[in-house]
Design a protein around this ligand. Structure first.
Ligand SMILES: C[S@@+](CC[C@H](N)C(=O)[O-])C[C@H]1O[C@@H](n2cnc3c(N)ncnc32)[C@H](O)[C@@H]1O
Ligand code: SF4
Length: 417
């Protein structure tokens, strides 16, 4: 598969040039001209560290979290003041780690962002189930948060134990969610765990919808090489059967599929920090994507604070894209929503999609991966599975390698993927 991934990359980018991330960066970020720009803020603290989790996170203490947020606010002003006036952006998402642990200071962070940006499509934030109580939810809502995402993983004891997660107080959670409503209440599950059946997964999703969620994300378990989880990945065929059956079940009942792994029970419920054409990321490990470059901040909290204190950005690595590399990147993340609108591609790149990738679209149609509907390319169930399969592989061969290095070295010299 490694060989096939490299060949596919070379074919789609029309060059043998790999993706090269270098230890260099621009202090001035090119976001002024970006039309569709999202914001992301990373808060890396957790009360307990889960052994399966690949994200940049450290153990919580009130002092280290406070110190980190002071630097985060400074970074927001360093970047935000590069643009005169307030720049219109789509959404703002807080991810982690467990951003809800900093609930008392979320308003301060949003206020700092509001000085430089106008957020038009709402604010999302991640919580651990332990954080779901009336006090925290009120603090978040008063700060301006409109969407929340709760990391349930599974309501079923057996699978939570496999993942090393503690019991969930479902009654307190339900009561808090009905006392403090949000536009989107999303719940995250990890599926394709050893022995997990269709009924197990369906019961998890049904319980989410009956406990106050109007949006559910199911992530197939990924066994990152640098994590210490003893859990193995489910074989491909079993995973496909599970994913297809669950998708069909929820589509038949009128739920909509907003992206490869999400279902919602209400039209306006959505939660996705990933499908943005451009974004600025603040905080350690946060990535930023612009028209011609992608950059990622250091994973090391102390190095992050040190850089920001000196007035510099905490960028660890930057890749400067060729035009084709950027097109592949755009297509890959847009396809995550299961639909690609050729007009969006043409608006972004100034050339028709069919002119750049006509053969690939024809082949994807012939293979039954996509269907054309009113000029928009929509993924079939088969296409969604293979996209997922390829994305899983990409995660394991690209993201796994990059994050594996970045969690050990604050500023690696270069990473070639
Ligand atoms: C930052 S956490 C969510 C908030 C909070 N920290 C929590 O765990 O409840 C983001 C989500 O990534 C997913 N995740 C973490 N590790 C994963 C893995 N190895 N494979 C698949 N999904 C994973 C989980 O569903 C998790 O809820
Ligand atoms: S899964 Fe959530 S709580 Fe667990 S370590 Fe990762 S970010 Fe922290």
């Amino acid at each position: 598969m490694g060989f096939i991934t490299s060949l596919t990359r070379m074919w789609l980018t029309r060059t043998a040039k790999p993706f090269t991330f270098k230890n260099e960066y621009d202090q001035m970020l090119p976001f002024a001209e970006c039309e569709s720009l999202g914001l992301y803020v990373h808060i890396p603290f957790c009360k307990r560290i889960c052994n399966f989790c690949p994200y940049c996170k450290v153990l919580y203490s009130a002092e280290s979290c406070d110190r980190y947020i002071d630097h985060l606010i400074r970074e927001i002003h360093i970047v935000g003041s590069q643009h005169k006036g307030r720049k219109k952006v789509t959404s703002l998402y807080f991810g982690g780690g467990t951003p809800a642990l900093a609930a008392e200071r979320i308003k301060e962070i949003i206020d700092a962002l509001n000085e430089h940006f106008i957020i038009t499509e709402g604010i999302g934030l991640e919580l651990h189930p332990d954080n779901v109580n009336v006090k925290v939810l009120r603090q978040l809502k008063d700060a301006g948060v409109t969407k929340i995402s709760i990391g349930i993983q599974s309501f079923c004891d057996k699978y939570r134990k496999i993942l090393g997660r503690r019991d969930i107080d479902t009654e307190e959670m339900k009561a808090a969610l009905s006392a403090v409503p949000f536009e989107t209440v999303s719940m995250d599950f990890i599926f394709a765990l050893p022995g997990q059946t269709y009924d197990d997964l369906r019961s998890d999703i049904d319980q989410a919808f009956s406990s106050g969620a109007n949006h559910v994300a199911i992530y197939p378990f990924i066994d990152f090489t640098f994590t210490e989880s003893p859990v193995g990945a489910m074989p491909k065929r079993e995973k496909r059967e599970l994913m297809d059956a669950i998708t069909q079940y929820y589509l038949d009942r009128g739920y909509s599929r907003g992206s490869i792994w999400t279902f919602s029970s209400e039209q306006n419920a959505g939660y996705s920090s990933m499908t943005r054409e451009n974004f600025i990321g603040f905080g350690c490990s946060a990535a930023s994507l612009f028209k011609e470059q992608f950059k990622i901040n250091t994973f090391d909290v102390d190095s992050y604070c040190e850089r920001i204190r000196s007035g510099s950005l905490a960028t660890s690595l930057t890749i400067r894209f060729t035009k084709r590399q950027r097109m592949v990147y755009w297509l890959f993340w847009t396809a995550y929503s299961t639909r690609v609108d050729p007009n969006d591609f043409q608006r972004f790149f100034g050339v028709p999609l069919e002119e750049m990738y006509g053969f690939e679209l024809w082949a994807a149609k012939r293979l039954g991966f996509i269907k054309e509907h009113d000029g928009i390319y929509e993924m079939t169930l088969k296409g969604a599975f293979y996209y997922h399969y390829y994305e899983n592989y990409y995660t394991l061969s690209y993201i796994d390698k990059m994050w594996g290095i970045m969690r050990k070295e604050a500023f690696p010299e270069q990473i070639v993927l």
